[in-house]
Design a protein around this ligand. Structure first.
Ligand code: C5P
Length: 398
């Protein structure tokens, strides 16, 4: 679980987006965190403390003078063992309070009273004009200067019916940002390019050849790289997955398109990770019209042509990034993996242990480098991806 053992103070201020804070509180709990909710009076106009208590299983605090705390110092007690304070939603007024260090209710006092090592993250949620108002922007600059992390805001449809910047991030995006905040920034300032998913090679306008890759491993590595502080571009074949938050995704279908997208974006990259299950062959005589079945024994005659090897192409560039390849072998991984790394001319090759990795949520990896091979035991793909990023960052730094 991504937030196992973490204690998070979740502060709610006044805004329609409070209902999303309810969903986030549940998601944080499912990710292993214990969640302590604190609400401003304005927040209680939008959602009740009862709802938040039921969702988190913890008493909710709304008042600085709450007699339930024996020493009557909730602003101190609630933050001393916290791993992070997260304000969702964060109103215009609360941003202003934070910018000035105001302490006129429990939540604002608690933010000022928190120990310096406890990060404060805020998810602004407000009307576009309120967000763009010079006073708000001035306050936001102050927050950044003070080391407060801003999560969003996004742009889009707003509860008031207007459109624009100020819309709060979705709970799933906020969860990704909170998880990311706890990851070491091993790839800070690095640029990372990845491929993921299957490719789709058309036979005709409605049919094609593909494979069982779900894209889960590649997306997990992309997310882990971004969590580690990298600027990430993901060239993805067709998958059912959402792009990890903050990752630039370029959608492609065929191996040729994947190759072209990689080559167009490879300049200036520090790391290239080829996770995609790229089709080795495409149909050379693909039809521009849907093939018709004429009679009982009529079968189409497909001719194949070889696709470009994207990884080999990047590895052959004069100013190549650090290159990592993947291998899905059905047998003799130790032997084939080592040979494939040398043949592909790359410093690191990652083998999937067992060929039943496609579509699954877990995996086990074997890493081949110049020194030999090491194993990363079976775990969920996100955990493995974080371990892999650690291994890659260490090798890039040496
Ligand atoms: O040779 P093989 O297909 O087993 O190599 C797998 C590795 O090469 C993976 O990293 C895959 O993403 C990459 N690859 C590629 N372009 C291809 C075929 C494989 O980038 N056409």
């Amino acid at each position: 679980m991504d937030l196992a053992g973490k204690k998070i103070v979740l502060g709610l201020t006044g805004g329609v987006a409070c209902y999303k804070a309810a969903m986030l509180s549940r998601d944080l709990g499912r990710a292993g965190a214990s969640v302590q909710v604190v609400m401003t009076q304005a927040a209680t106009q939008f959602i009740t403390a009862v709802t938040m208590q039921a969702l988190t299983g913890n008493t909710v605090y709304t008042d600085q003078w709450d007699a339930r705390m024996e020493n009557n110092m909730p602003h101190i007690n609630l933050t001393r063992d916290a791993d992070a304070v997260v304000i969702v939603p964060c109103s215009t007024d609360f941003i202003s309070k934070l910018a000035h260090g105001a302490c006129d209710d429990l939540l604002s006092t608690l933010c000022v009273a928190r120990p310096a090592h406890v990060p404060l993250m805020v998810a602004p949620a407000m009307n576009v004009e309120m967000w763009q108002n010079p006073a708000t922007q001035r306050n936001v600059r102050q927050l950044r200067e003070d080391g407060i992390v801003l999560l969003g805001p996004d742009a889009g449809a707003q509860a008031c019916g207007e459109m624009g910047e100020g819309r709060m991030l979705e709970p799933a995006q906020l969860l990704e940002e909170i998880v990311a905040a706890f990851q070491p920034k091993l790839l800070a300032g690095r640029r990372v390019l990845l491929t993921a998913g299957p490719t789709f090679e058309p036979i005709d306008p409605v049919r094609g050849i593909t494979n069982l890759s779900s894209g889960k491993m590649g997306y997990a590595v992309a997310r882990a790289a971004r969590e580690a502080g990298a600027e990430v571009t993901l060239v993805s074949g067709p998958t059912a997955l959402d792009a990890p938050y903050g990752v630039r995704r370029i959608d492609v279908q065929t191996a040729q398109q994947m190759h072209d997208a990689v080559m167009a974006n490879v300049a200036g990259q520090d790391l290239f990770v080829a996770v995609a299950a790229v089709a080795d062959w495409r149909v050379a005589n693909a039809s521009t019209q849907k093939l018709k079945k004429n009679g009982e024994n009529d079968v189409p005659h497909l001719e194949f042509a070889q696709n470009p090897d994207i990884l080999a192409g990047v590895a052959a560039l004069p100013h190549r990034p650090y290159c990592v390849g993947f291998a899905a072998e059905s047998e003799n991984l130790e032997q084939y993996g080592a040979a494939k790394r040398v043949r592909k001319n790359i410093p690191l090759l990652v083998g999937n242990i067992g060929h039943q990795t496609f579509g699954r949520d877990d995996n086990a990896l074997m890493l081949f480098d110049e020194q030999g091979h090491t194993s990363l035991p079976r775990a969920d793909k996100q955990t493995l991806a974080r371990q892999l990023v650690r291994e890659i960052a260490r090798r890039m730094a040496s």
